[in-house]
Design a protein around this ligand. Structure first.
Ligand code: PEP
Ligand code: MN
Length: 338
């Protein structure tokens, strides 16, 4: 946004007024005969309407650039994912997505799903395809794991969220998933974003671990432009300098998307911190930030998990976490799900 000041006005006074409204501004001097001052409102500023800016004494014009993500801007605050509403008012029913990092066996995913459904977890997560740092690490059981995941979810009346790593996997993943996950490492993979959109499924778009909010929103724009029925944004932590936690959970970005952009946001404290001992606190913080729900990794036997065991919450501890999330959101019952 560029704010132009009348040359007869004290531009310093206007600048102070704008800063008082939460705007970060850069000053530019017009070299033309009118000798006007313009203020460029920087992207990290609070949101102030053009009408409010025009009402500031001395402001004669406000020019706003077109948004680079009009479809994301127009997406409703609440989206429907196979009958489950994600997003909206802070007191809306929070959505909990949970499950193991990887689908390891038929028994494993059935055991975990059967434990999660009665406590109010609506989405069963679990990766069939893994993008691991080491090529020697467990890479996932692939198509077979997709079948196990769908079967476990169906038996327990749950929805499925799972990731496709590449275009070749998309068709099958889109068939079995209610919500198609694009992982952090693929947020910048524009051919995959386009192809994910073309499946017409709703997409859970995880934030790239070094992506700006604008890049994240524009990745969402790719999905919507190419046909995705909705995009749910998932904050999963940014790579930082401090190894105390696996990543830096950016709840400022979650609040910005949820409260200013009014978009459906899910927070993943599991990958953000890598520490199961921080999960309850960060679930509370995520909801307070405005997120519509959380995605959590859990396992019936974390010591034997084939991936991300240290951050997995033992499945027996999930009931207390889920109950607390529902209590905080003002819902009296966490068992009121079909
Ligand atoms: C995941 O959720 O399974 C995952 C790999 O997370 P991320 O893409 O955020 O690293
Ligand atoms: Mn994981």
């Amino acid at each position: 946004v560029i704010v132009t000041v009348d040359s007869r006005t004290d531009a310093d006074e206007v600048r102070r007024d704008l800063m008082g409204r939460g705007l970060w501004v850069k000053t530019f001097f017009d070299l033309g005969p009118a000798g006007r001052v313009h203020f460029l409102v920087e992207p990290g500023s609070s949101t102030v309407s053009a009408a409010e800016l025009l009402a500031v004494p001395g402001v004669i014009a406000v020019a706003a650039q077109d948004s680079p993500h009009p479809l994301v801007d127009a997406q409703p605050a609440v989206v429907d994912v196979g009958g489950i509403r994600i997003g909206g008012a802070p007191d809306a029913d929070p959505v909990i997505m949970a499950g193991p990092c990887s689908v390891e066996s038929r028994e494993q995913i059935h055991t975990i799903a059967a434990a999660l459904q009665p406590i109010g977890v609506r989405f069963l997560r679990g990766a069939a395809y893994k993008s691991r740092t080491s090529p020697y690490a467990f890479q996932g059981h692939g198509a077979q794991a997709l079948d196990w995941l769908r079967e476990a979810a169906d038996e327990n009346g749950m929805s499925v969220v799972t990731e496709a790593l590449n275009e070749a996997q998309l068709e099958r993943v889109a068939e079995i998933a209610d919500l198609l996950q694009i992982g952090s490492r693929n947020m910048h993979n524009t051919p995959l974003l386009r192809a994910a959109g073309a499946t017409r499924k709703p997409v859970l778009l995880k934030r790239g671990m070094a992506a700006t909010v604008e890049e994240w929103l524009q990745a969402g724009e790719y999905c919507l432009l190419h046909g995705a029925s909705a995009v749910v944004f998932c904050e999963r932590g940014l790579r930082g300098f401090d190894p105390s936690t696996r990543n830096n959970l950016d709840l400022g970005a979650a609040a910005l998307l949820a409260r200013v952009h009014r978009l459906p946001v899910i927070v993943d404290p599991s990958h953000a911190t890598g520490r199961r001992d921080l999960i309850p606190a960060l679930c509370r913080a995520a909801l307070a930030s405005g997120a519509s729900g959380v995605m959590l990794e859990t396992h019936h036997d974390p010591a034997r998990a084939l991936s991300d065991g240290p951050q997995a919450v033992p499945v027996g501890e999930m009931a207390a976490i889920v109950a607390e999330i529902h209590r905080l959101s003002g819902r009296s019952s966490c068992f009121a799900h079909p």
